[in-house]
Design a protein around this ligand. Structure first.
Ligand code: DOR
Length: 445
């Protein structure tokens, strides 16, 4: 058994310290013991030290996902906590926040505790539950936030449903502020989206599907910013999808309101046209909020690059074939995202639209700060929550190689460049990519 792992000659990035250098990194006792040029020279050949030749691979702080749906309890055939966490580490994530729309809903302490316990048993990525804002996600009666927080919840959200009642939202913000947790809003005015299947625009008209206007999202964000300012509470907007939402968040931040926001890979990469491709009515592209138009995608990319958007979150939403291989209106919304997030988004780095450092920030410190968990770092002394990326490796996204129990993604068959080679949590190697070069020999210390 190796005592320590030496990663030789890696390109190390740490956005918090603005570090981008070529170093050797020694992992020992769960922490980064040493990091520096030539730091490993004297250790090569020593017993108990496993050497991995990085050969310029990237070593980044491990990723944090603010928004995943693991279907335990209730729909474990789609994803359970263990399979979800396997997908997480395969995507380079060392911490994930699991939404409350389980069955039953995570609105009481016992469920939060169960999720935390299952996460610990899996011993892969760290699992941080998000408790519900209202009992049963029904939008009426607040949950016991103190209880949920004490059991391990890092935020509250009714995600999947919007807290539409202004009084309930006001009380939720005030209550959450007392316990210093953010309220994460799924911004959707349900009165405007009743029966809607996709974004309202030329494509919905062409396909004859009921449209979902941008205003349904923007109205809620505008109202919530006013409520958050009055309550002096932390308010976070889930899965931004419209250009108006990006503008509203920028304005609120400019006024000093404690608002933060996330965006998903699919809202950064796809438009509503994707639904019409091929024979059309592609249920893999049905998602909530819906895929929008090119001008929204452009605004979201800009907002991510300029820091208006704090975090990239996958909204990993596993569904079974029986939820997707049905007519469009009957299909459930959502797509999986954990394992393909970074390989897909590296395209935006290569086209020059998103600086690599900004991408890494939005996957690490950005989301960690929203919920107040430890910020993964790639510096000496930090806990070894790390990811090793082979930026030039290419692979095809295929059902057979996904760790998730579900395969509902429109990106199946896509050839991508950039692969997660290895993930470390607390210095333990929790994932190695099949076929990655030079890593087969390494094992946990
Ligand atoms: O597409 C989505 N799927 N959006 C949500 O808000 C919920 C999620 C789910 O739970 O499937």
């Amino acid at each position: 058994m190796a005592r320590a792992i030496l990663l030789r000659d890696v390109r190390r990035l740490d956005p918090v310290a603005a570090l981008d250098d070529r170093v050797d990194v020694l992992l020992e006792d769960g922490v980064i013991r040493r990091a520096g040029r030539g730091a490993g020279d004297s250790l090569v050949g020593q017993s108990g030290v496993q050497v991995v030749e990085g050969a310029g691979r990237w070593l980044l702080p491990g990723f944090v996902d603010l928004h995943v749906h693991f279907r335990e309890p209730g729909e474990e055939h789609k994803e359970d906590i263990a399979s979800g966490l396997r997908a997480a580490v395969a995507g380079g994530f060392v911490a994930v926040c699991a939404m409350a729309n389980t069955k039953p809903v995570n609105d009481v302490r016992a469920i939060t505790e169960m999720m935390v316990a299952r996460g610990r048993e899996a011993a892969l990525a760290r699992l941080h539950p998000i408790g519900a804002v209202t009992k049963g996600l029904l939008g009426q009666e607040l949950t016991e936030v103190a209880d949920l927080r004490d059991a391990g919840a890092v935020a509250i959200s009714d995600d999947g449903r919007c807290v539409t009642n202004s009084l309930v939202m006001r009380r939720a913000l005030e209550y959450a502020r007392t316990f210093d947790v953010p309220v994460i809003q799924h911004a959707e005015d349900h009165a405007l989206t009743e029966g809607a299947d996709m974004h309202e625009g030329a494509v919905s008209t062409r396909l004859g599907l009921r449209g979902w206007p941008r205003t349904a999202e923007d109205i809620i964000i505008a109202r919530d910013c006013i409520l958050a300012e009055a309550a002096r509470a932390r308010y976070h907007v889930a899965h931004l999808s419209t250009k108006g939402a990006a503008r509203l968040v920028a304005e609120a931040k400019g006024r000093g309101i404690a608002v933060t926001a996330e965006v998903t890979p699919h809202h950064l990469l796809l438009t509503d046209e994707a639904i019409a491709e091929g024979f059309g009515y592609r249920t893999a592209c049905k998602v909530n909020p819906p895929l929008r138009e090119a001008e929204d995608v452009a605004a979201l990319r800009r907002a991510l690059a300029d820091g208006t958007i704090d975090a990239i979150a996958t909204d990993h939403a596993p569904h079974h074939a029986t939820d997707k291989e049905v007519e469009f209106s009957a299909a459930r919304p959502g797509m999986i995202g954990l394992e393909i997030c970074v390989p897909l988004l590296l395209d935006l780095v290569r086209t020059g639209e998103l600086p690599l450092m900004r991408l890494v920030y939005a996957l690490t410190a950005g989301p960690a700060k929203v919920v107040g968990i430890d910020v993964p770092r790639a510096i000496e002394g930090a806990r070894a929550d790390l990811v090793l990326i082979e930026p030039e490796a290419t692979f095809r996204i295929e059902r057979a190689t996904l760790a998730s129990k579900s395969t509902n993604t429109p990106f199946l068959g896509r050839e991508v460049r950039g692969a997660v080679d290895a993930t470390f949590v607390g210095g333990r190697l929790v994932h190695v990519r099949h076929g990655s070069h030079g890593l087969h020999g390494i094992s946990n210390s």
